[in-house]
Design a protein around this ligand. Structure first.
Ligand SMILES: NC(=O)c1ccc[n+]([C@@H]2O[C@H](COP(=O)([O-])OP(=O)(O)OC[C@H]3O[C@@H](n4cnc5c(N)ncnc54)[C@H](O)[C@@H]3O)[C@@H](O)[C@H]2O)c1
Length: 316
């Protein structure tokens, strides 16, 4: 199969590129390396910024020349805090970029797409496990761009687009040390970064209505997530946009993550309690019943493998 991956130099995209290449597919990445790392790329690559108006022609030509059958779209800005500060930039990048990509795909008659969506589309759901049928009420511009992205993709069924949108929960770990997450934006990389610098670790809120008072999240190993994209490709065919949660269905609290990192690293770092952050739901755990049933997908790794692989990557 010939696959175009946007954001192939990124953390998640590079894992998917590697799985696709290993199973004999032709892969080409488009990426402007704004947050990606060139060394992660082990496929053909084109330097291109998706929201740039000239990208429509370049993408269309590439899709046709390379005979692309499927596009997997990762390239986007993903920092919630930054999206609150610079909402226009997030809409230009994430929505403008997707609009250009869809325009090029329509012109080139490429009708299969897998889209990186996010659990951020749910906002603050007050449920034990969130399902794809729960309300989507994003509480920040980043989450809004992912939801609007899903709507744009729904609308593209008018020209025959067949799509799967995967709503990722908390992605962590590394399938290969050199592809590890180098941006300290999520809990596990942030903790590893702080202990490397000999700093204490901050816990934002210990008075939530959870067993130990800290927030609970669903941590999904990047390799399990990458596999879900390969499975998603097999589902493409009929016009429409199918939405799936990708999480383990199990929650871990911040204190549980800290305990696991202490165990794996052998470092007894200090922990400080800070006030809760606005917009942090106490618990965000996926129901993965839909993807399990329809793809036969299930997570192979849990928190221990996630932390072990992230720690090993940090050490290497
Ligand atoms: N990491 C997570 O926990 C998580 C959770 C939910 C959803 N997502 C989504 O998954 C996708 C990939 O995330 P990631 O963690 O690999 O991020 P990343 O920042 O490591 O990768 C994004 C890649 O896309 C490229 N890129 C970004 N904007 C671009 C643009 N406008 N034009 C061309 N290239 C561009 C970057 O250079 C980078 O290589 C994103 O869409 C993100 O919103 C990530």
């Amino acid at each position: 199969m010939n696959v175009l991956v946007t954001g192939g130099a990124g953390y998640i995209g590079s894992h998917v590129v590697r799985l696709l290449s290993e199973s004999g597919n032709y892969v080409i990445s488009v990426d402007d390396l704004s947050t990606g790392i060139g060394d992660r790329l082990d496929c053909e690559a084109v330097d291109l910024t998706l929201e740039d108006p000239t990208s429509i022609k370049r993408l269309t030509d590439l899709l046709v020349e390379k005979n692309i059958e499927v596009v997997i779209h990762f390239a986007a800005r993903k920092q919630v805090g930054e999206s609150v500060e610079k909402p226009e930039f997030y809409f230009q990048s994430n929505i403008g970029g997707l609009a250009n990509l869809l325009t090029a795909m329509r012109q080139a008659e490429v009708k299969k797409l897998v889209f990186s969506s996010s659990a951020a589309v749910y906002g603050m759901p007050d449920v034990e496990k969130v399902t794809e049928l729960d309300k989507t009420e994003p509480i920040n511009p980043y989450g809004q761009t992912k939801l609007v992205g899903e709507w744009m993709i729904n609308n593209a069924s008018v020209w025959g687009l067949s799509a799967v949108s995967l709503r990722y929960f908390n992605v962590a770990g590394a399938g290969w040390p050199e592809l590890a997450d180098k941006q300290a934006l999520n809990l596990i990389p942030i903790i590893l970064d702080r202990i490397e610098r000999g700093e204490s670790v901050l816990v934002f809120g210990d008075n939530y209505p959870t067993d130990d008072g800290s927030c609970i999240r669903d941590y999904i190993h990047v390799l399990d997530l990458a596999r879900a994209h390969i499975d998603a490709i097999d589902q493409l065919g009929e016009p429409g946009n199918q939405v799936y949660n990708v999480g383990t269905g199990e929650g871990s609290s911040v204190f549980e993550v800290i305990a696991e990192i202490k165990k794996v690293s052998g470092i007894d770092f200090d922990v400080e309690i800070a006030g809760p952050r606005a917009g942090d739901p106490p618990k965000l755990v996926a129901s993965n019943a839909k993807i399990s049933k329809e793809f036969g997908w299930k997570a192979e790794f849990g928190l221990s493998e996630i932390v072990n692989s992230a720690w090993k990557a940090k050490e290497s």
